[in-house]
Design a protein around this ligand. Sequence first.
Ligand SMILES: Cc1cc2nc3c(=O)[nH]c(=O)nc-3n(C[C@H](O)[C@H](O)[C@H](O)COP(=O)(O)OP(=O)(O)OC[C@H]3O[C@@H](n4cnc5c(N)ncnc54)[C@H](O)[C@@H]3O)c2cc1C
Length: 192
Amino acid sequence: MIDRDSKELTVGAHENKMGFRLSNTTELIFDNVRVPVENRIGEGLHIALNALNLSRAFISTLGVGIMQRALDEAMAYGASAVPAAPHQIPDGSADADMAIKIEASRCLVNNTMKLMDAGHLVQKEGAITKTFVSDCMQEVTSNAVQIFGGYGYSKEYPIEKLMRNAKIFRIFEGTNQIQRLTIAKALEKEYK
Ligand SMILES: Cc1cc2nc3c(=O)[nH]c(=O)nc-3n(C[C@H](O)[C@H](O)[C@H](O)COP(=O)(O)OP(=O)(O)OC[C@H]3O[C@@H](n4cnc5c(N)ncnc54)[C@H](O)[C@@H]3O)c2cc1C
């Protein structure tokens, strides 16, 4: 634990981000910080790494929520829009594909959470969950924008915001490329 007012700690400028704008993001600069022994919360890198294992499952819950909102908005818009021509009547397959991805993501998150509750490390499971959910988010939110047509691209509706918010989930808590390395390493250990 480091004192917020410590002069060795500088809080950087507020980042102007494309999405996730309600979450304040800044750089933290640590310059020759000395941590008193009594301020240590434990020993070993595993504390930090385990926090990441857990937080990957936690952020996936946000991902499921964002996808659910995208589907809710798309369904509400679809119900209120009057198709101008028969070829514009949606056949429901886009909605169904969104629902499939949301349900699969929700089940995965629930399962990983149950493993966490049972005291498992969830290194591989957290990485799998975060990668799957965030990959689904790109398609679900983009398809939701598509259902709105031109309006989807406009800030008049909340749907474009969901697409911008979805993007960060493939980047933070370790990018999905790094998650795939983590999963591959775990598999190597399991199968050696
Ligand atoms: C909104 C936001 C909030 C954040 N919150 C936090 C936070 O709370 N705490 C915190 O510590 N950090 C936070 N971050 C930082 C975030 O975790 C990093 O941006 C992320 O891990 C990627 O690291 P990087 O930006 O250094 O990209 P880089 O490591 O430079 O990666 C650039 C690209 O190269 C790819 N790449 C890199 N190495 C490999 C490899 N070996 N194999 C294949 N591909 C590779 C990456 O996947 C990525 O696509 C946040 C970032 C953002 C944008």
